[in-house]
Ligand binder design. Sequence first.
Ligand SMILES: NC(=O)c1ccc[n+]([C@@H]2O[C@H](COP(=O)([O-])OP(=O)(O)OC[C@H]3O[C@@H](n4cnc5c(N)ncnc54)[C@H](OP(=O)(O)O)[C@@H]3O)[C@@H](O)[C@H]2O)c1
Length: 211
Amino acid sequence: MAPRRGERERSVQPRTGGPPVALGMAFAMVDSGGVSVALPTRPVIGILHPGVMGAAVGSALKPVAGAVIWAAAGRSITTSKRAELADLVGVPDLAELARRSDLIISLCPPRAAVDVAEQVAAALDGRRQRPLYLDANTVGPATVREIGVLLGEGTVVDGVIVGPPAWEPGRTVLWLAGAGAPVVAGLFGGSPFEVRVVGAEVGAAALAAGP
Ligand SMILES: NC(=O)c1ccc[n+]([C@@H]2O[C@H](COP(=O)([O-])OP(=O)(O)OC[C@H]3O[C@@H](n4cnc5c(N)ncnc54)[C@H](OP(=O)(O)O)[C@@H]3O)[C@@H](O)[C@H]2O)c1
């Protein structure tokens, strides 16, 4: 039987000169100055929230995820229907999503990005093992650095999406920066999102993607 995407042996070379990141093993590891960033082979991925972009990202990651989950509390019928159409798994609320996820992806109105990160930080308070957190909102470097301080810079990946929600390849680029950027980039291999990793420093993606 042919391997599913995400189960193949492959490696990603960070442009920052770090070690290659081997995927398709028990863990993908990046050593970033003492912080160990790891994802299981088939991570649980939480999407906050499945708007038009969140649904496309969640759908793109389903082949490599154990589950792609979303949090129902407070969301509209429109979001709920979008999540259902994208075949994402609903959990009751953000706190439950934060506890269950190996990777959390924030895609919400940009003005709410810090608020969402604060809610996640509160939900994770006291938890020793922290999920990776990709802020993929259209926010500036200062905002994503603030999110890095809230959640711990080693676990925050800075992302900026340029282009429409990607249901087919060739139109949308996801710029990534941060210690965990190569690990996150590996999840999008073969998906409609083209990924460019620009460095290990949170804030660099917003700068590289440009205005
Ligand atoms: N759409 C694009 O073409 C595009 C392109 C590049 C980048 N982006 C970026 O992607 C991110 C998401 O955009 P989108 O187009 O997917 O937006 P969207 O379709 O409006 O979806 C936003 C999602 O966030 C939820 N939400 C609304 N108010 C919120 C709040 N105060 N706190 C937390 N969540 C809230 C919405 O849920 P309810 O409505 O159910 O409340 C909805 O599920 C933004 O940062 C945007 O800049 C989008």
